[in-house]
Structure formats: C-alpha cells, structure tokens
Design a protein around this ligand. Structure first.
Ligand SMILES: CC(C)(COP(=O)(O)OP(=O)(O)OC[C@H]1O[C@@H](n2cnc3c(N)ncnc32)[C@H](O)[C@@H]1OP(=O)(O)O)[C@@H](O)C(=O)NCCC(=O)NCCS
Length: 148
C-alpha cells in the first residue's frame, strides 16, 4: 500500500472523488485549495481523500472515497489514520461534513469522530438535484470532529 500526496493535476482525481461527492460543481469549489491523498495498491488507485485547512487549529476532510471494487479492505481507514498522523503536530482537530446516512455516520464514529452540529437543508440548498443515499434523500449536512 502506498499513499501519495497530490499537489498538481488534482483534477486527474475527479473520477474517484465523484464517488464521495456526486456533484462535480461542488468538487470544483474545493479541489484547488485541497491537498489530495491518493492510496495505491499494486500501483492501482483504490481510494482518495481531499483535505483543506479551515483555520489555525483545524483541518477538514472534504471528500473520502474508495472505488466499490476495493471497499471494505481498510483503505479509507488507512487514509484517515495517515491524515491524522500527518497533521497531529500542527493541528488540533480533524472535521468533516457528511449526509445523514447511518452507515456513514457509524463509519466515522467508530473511528473516533463525534457529531458537533448540522447545517439544515445543505444538500437541498447547495446541490442542483436531489441526492439520494440508500433510498433516502439527503437534507442536512452533519458535522463531525475528531481530536488529533
Ligand atoms: C465510506 C467509504 C469511503 C469507506 O471506504 P473503505 O475503503 O471501504 O473503508 P474501510 O475498508 O476502511 O472500512 C470499511 C467500513 O466502511 C463501511 N461502509 C461500507 N460501505 C459504506 C458506505 N457506502 N458508506 C459508508 N460506510 C460504508 C463498512 O461497513 C465498514 O465499516 P466497519 O469497518 O466500521 O465495520 C466507501 O464505502 C465509499 O467510498 N463510499 C461511498 C462514498 C461515501 O459515502 N463517502 C463518505 C462520505 S464523504
């Protein structure tokens, strides 16, 4: 397993980021300021995450995705751990916002994140079309925080 820090040609990773955020316009809002971390297994791209600095003590995961054929092999967990280790001396908190999907919320809570607040109707107000996950329309953005 190899994790590469991507600082140039970041739009080469749009395809995988669309798994975590299906609206390319939304990805384009943060991709320029983001650092992408890309995980490769035997030279094949399996997972990626996009990270930005939100303030002096906080970094934020804007997107985390694993190609379906590589899911449930620990790659996204490895990326979260990598990001935590990389930033823990410089920053206090790792935050992220996600849709109200129990599977996703459980995934992050099991990895040390706690819910902090929600942005009401974020997915309705900011996306050009309704977003459905597991048959349920996403409305609020739930923010979670982990102490580094
Ligand atoms: C969520 C996601 C990044 C996990 O990637 P992964 O490489 O399979 O993760 P890991 O192998 O490290 O961990 C597997 C865990 O993900 C959970 N999982 C599987 N599919 C999932 C899904 N669609 N959504 C959320 N969690 C999922 C598994 O239940 C498992 O949980 P557990 O280990 O706590 O039992 C991946 O499923 C994905 O890209 N989903 C679609 C995009 C998305 O929902 N991104 C998160 C919001 S930004």
């Amino acid at each position: 397993m190899q994790i590469k820090k991507i600082s140039t040609n970041k739009t080469d990773y749009t395809d995988i980021l669309l798994i975590g955020d299906e609206d390319e316009k939304m990805i384009n809002k943060y991709i320029k300021q983001s650092t992408i971390f890309a995980l490769y297994e035997n030279n094949a791209l399996t997972s990626a995450c996009a990270v930005i600095q939100t303030d002096n003590e906080t970094i934020e995961i804007k997107n985390l995705a694993t190609y379906p054929e590589y899911q449930n092999r620990g790659y996204a967990t490895a990326l979260i751990n990598f990001v935590c280790n990389k930033y823990k001396t410089e920053f206090k908190y790792l935050i992220l916002g996600t849709g109200e999907n129990n599977k996703t919320l459980e995934f992050y809570k099991k990895r040390g994140f706690q819910e902090t607040h929600r942005i009401k109707n974020f997915f309705i107000d900011n996306y050009s079309h309704p977003i459905f996950e597991d048959g349920k329309q996403l409305k609020d953005m739930i923010y979670l925080k982990k102490i580094l």
